[in-house]
Design a binder for this molecule. Structure first.
Ligand code: BGC
Length: 721
């Protein structure tokens, strides 16, 4: 069907039918009372009629080939014009084969594997009937108190943009019509959801337009440039107006400037939330504002259904606006091939074959092992297979390692740490004890743990946050490990044995009580279905850790936000001529994070030498080439992430101390050296000036190359214009 046919279909539709297309309802609405789909609670209060359900454009949260087919079959019977339903679900880091949480994937710096994880998620999801995933979430994050940092790839606009592209490529492939094993992607949450004040979910966001454009918009833009089909609004305010009713943000910036002509969906309930935000008197005004701003689909509230028709009749809304929105939705349905085959990829047999297949599990294991970050190692790791190990802690035998947004994954399918260790050593060498719960500890648990560890050579503590402690609405003000687990560490120290901490969590933590009290710290994040196997691979050195932090670990929560690409201030701490007191600092803690962006250890050492620039000057037409030699000076083969940063020494507005411009992940055998080359063009030095123009400044720049954002070599150059 082409555009003309879509237009004539829109012309055939009644206004009610059109408005229903713009409404997204959760699965229970489509199941009918006899099918376990009784609507209760807030959903019942939405006041949705059977007619609206029969004409609804999309369903949220349906999955499983059988379920989706039956919903679609029923829908097509009820829908006068036979318009198929779009099936949308949150397939965030895997469908049933769960990959590490996105913040962990960010730490892999491995774009190919990230793309593969999305491709696998798409394959499982589409065989199970899903058409659109509400992913990738590409919100830049600087506040680890915010529970949703686990859904992001971190604090850097460039790294986030690269991952945004990789995820979109993986989900969508090249051709959604013919590749029915892919799904359409929906980038979210537009915009700047990650900047919620105080790290409290759904809270106010207020920043300059310059900062929004400079740090926050690039990753959404990258996803759109990669062809991402949909965008989701954010819950927060932008320029004082909730994103969902923000005409400037959606019509001017997203649609006109960024050229987005796909489907814009509200976040869950965000249209109606304009009332408590205080910019709409009632649902009618909320509907008016959302549609005027350009929101095509209202998710899970009924303001459009209840009021758009009245608004048209009153002349407050032009029907043409509704037609445009319907047309965009029909176009997406067409792109997905739903008019030809409304069941698309849904296939019970294929579903059985691909979901949790061995190949998918292997990919999950590989990515989990590349996402973990070794933060400290005082000569304990890797463990030797002849050592006796006591595995202690609430995560020793827990399947709660999938992380938030793994609603289709099953803890039962997860490989626990204990199971991972059992694949490496004899049962006789392994003793296991819970030691504590996540937030509670008893003397009995401690005594059991001490007993289990008494003959061990090394104690491995599997610690962390349970998956309810991060994710949506999972914010914490104190981001240390819960007291109970800190106490467990203290009590295990009484034995005087080496202790390795392995952490399972969804945010950078304040690691006091862990990094200073134990001999090695491995940040495993929520590693997914194959988590325990991947952790064992790393702990026993079958895989050499290569993850590097995509988000700084704060020294303490009082420092937040702490991120590497900050400004210098007029009184920077540590400057050669700085006074002792009147500088920008805390009196009680350092300014620097505990572990900086880009940081991560390996079982080998990498040394950098011979950084060279092709010239001291670059121009708009002549790029600069930078090279450095990286040597594996240790005894194990390993992977290093070589990172290039730049500082604009004097800008028209203040510039970050360092900005990531490029990186390369290389692998080196012991003793091997490699020359790594980067190029820099004038375009990469552009930024948003005070009048919002995007240009570069002539003058001095410093290039830094190193294995993290702190330990770098440097050389300066001049941009001539
Ligand atoms: C979340 C979105 C999600 C949506 C649908 C909302 O609460 O903020 O990220 O896609 O629910 O499940």
């Amino acid at each position: 069907m082409n555009e003309q046919k879509h237009t004539s279909l829109v012309n055939e539709m009644t206004l009610d039918e059109k408005i229903a297309q713009l409404t997204q309802l959760a699965t229970p609405f489509f199941k009918g009372a006899s099918d376990g789909g009784q609507i209760t609670g807030p959903m019942a209060e939405m006041g949705i009629s059977d007619e609206t359900i029969g004409n609804a454009g999309s369903v949220l949260g349906a999955s499983g080939a059988e379920e989706v087919k039956s919903i679609q079959r029923k829908h097509l019977k009820e829908n006068r014009l036979g318009i198929p339903l779009l099936v949308m679900s949150d397939i965030v880091h895997g469908y049933k084969t769960i990959f590490p949480v996105p913040i962990a994937i960010g730490c892999s710096w491995d774009l190919e594997l990230a793309e593969k994880s999305a491709e696998i998620a798409a394959r499982e999801a589409s065989a199970s009937g899903v058409h659109v995933t509400f992913a990738p979430m590409v919100d830049l994050v600087r506040d680890p108190r915010w529970g949703r940092v686990m859904e992001s790839t971190g604090e850097d606009p460039y790294l986030n943009s690269e991952f945004a592209r990789a995820f979109v490529r993986g989900f969508q492939g090249d051709d959604l019509t013919n590749e029915t094993d892919r799904v359409a992607a929906c980038v979210k949450h537009f915009a700047a959801y990650g900047a919620a004040e105080g790290g409290r979910d759904y809270n106010t966001v207020d920043m300059s337009e310059r900062e929004l454009r400079e740090s926050y918009l690039p990753a959404y833009k990258a996803a759109l440039d990669e062809g991402c089909e949909m965008v989701m609004t954010a819950f927060n305010t932008v320029f004082g107006i909730p994103a969902t009713g923000n005409k400037k943000l959606m019509r001017s910036i997203l649609r006109e400037e960024m050229g987005f002509d796909g489907v814009l969906i509200s976040d869950w309930g965000a249209v109606k939330e304009m009332i408590p935000h205080g910019v709409a008197e009632d649902e009618k005004e909320a509907a008016l504002k959302a549609l005027t701003a350009g929101v095509d689909i209202e998710m899970m509230t009924a303001a459009y259904v209840k009021y758009l028709k009245i608004l048209v009749e009153e002349g407050q809304v032009e029907e043409a606006l509704i037609d445009e929105a319907v047309l965009r939705i029909l176009t997406l349905k067409e792109k997905l091939g739903l008019f030809e085959n409304p069941y698309r990829g849904a296939d019970e047999e294929l579903e059985k074959e691909v979901v949790l297949s061995t190949a998918h599990r292997e990919a999950a294991r590989e990515l989990a092992s590349k996402s973990a970050v070794l933060l400290k190692n005082e000569g304990v790791l890797p463990l030797r297979k002849e050592q006796n190990i006591a595995l202690i802690g609430p995560f020793a035998e827990s399947g709660d390692i999938l992380g938030p947004w793994s609603w289709l994954g099953s803890k039962k399918d997860a490989v626990t740490v204990r199971e991972g260790f059992s694949q490496k050593i004899n049962e006789a060498q392994l003793t296991v004890a819970g030691g504590s719960d996540i937030e509670r500890i008893s003397e009995e648990q401690i005594q059991d743990a001490l007993h289990a560890a008494k003959d061990a050579d090394v104690i491995v503590l599997a610690l962390g946050e349970d998956s309810e402690m991060s994710g949506e609405a999972g914010c914490r003000a104190d981001i240390r490990l819960p007291e109970a687990q800190l106490e467990l560490i203290q009590r295990m120290k009484e034995l005087g044995k080496p202790i390795v901490s392995v952490l399972f969590n969804g945010r950078p933590l304040d690691l006091h009580g862990v990094w200073d009290e134990t001999d090695a710290v491995l940040e495993a994040w929520y590693p997914g279905t194959e988590g325990g196997a991947a952790v064992a691979d790393l702990i026993y050195g079958d895989v050499n850790p290569s993850g590097r932090l995509a988000m700084s670990f704060p020294y303490s929560a009082g420092q937040i936000p702490v991120y590497y690409n900050h400004y210098n201030t007029g009184r920077p701490k540590g400057a050669p001529d700085a006074q002792e007191r009147y500088v920008s600092q805390y009196l009680d803690i350092p300014n620097s994070p505990l572990f900086p962006f880009g940081y991560g250890l390996s079982y080998t050492e990498f040394t950098y030498s011979g950084m060279e620039l092709s010239s001291e000057k670059m121009t708009c037409d002549r790029q600069l080439n930078l090279t450095v030699t990286v040597t594996n000076s240790g005894t194990a083969a390993g992977e290093e992430v070589v990172q290039l940063y730049v500082r604009d020494v004097s800008g028209e507005v203040v510039r970050p101390l360092k900005e990531l411009k490029a990186f390369e992940k290389i692998s080196l055998e012991p003793g091997e050296s490699k020359e790594v080359g980067f190029s820099l063009t004038e375009e990469q030095l552009r930024y948003h000036h005070s009048d919002l123009t995007f240009t570069s400044d002539r003058g001095t720049f410093i290039a830094y190359i190193g294995g993290n954002s702190k330990d770098v070599m440097e050389a300066s150059f001049i941009l001539e214009k």
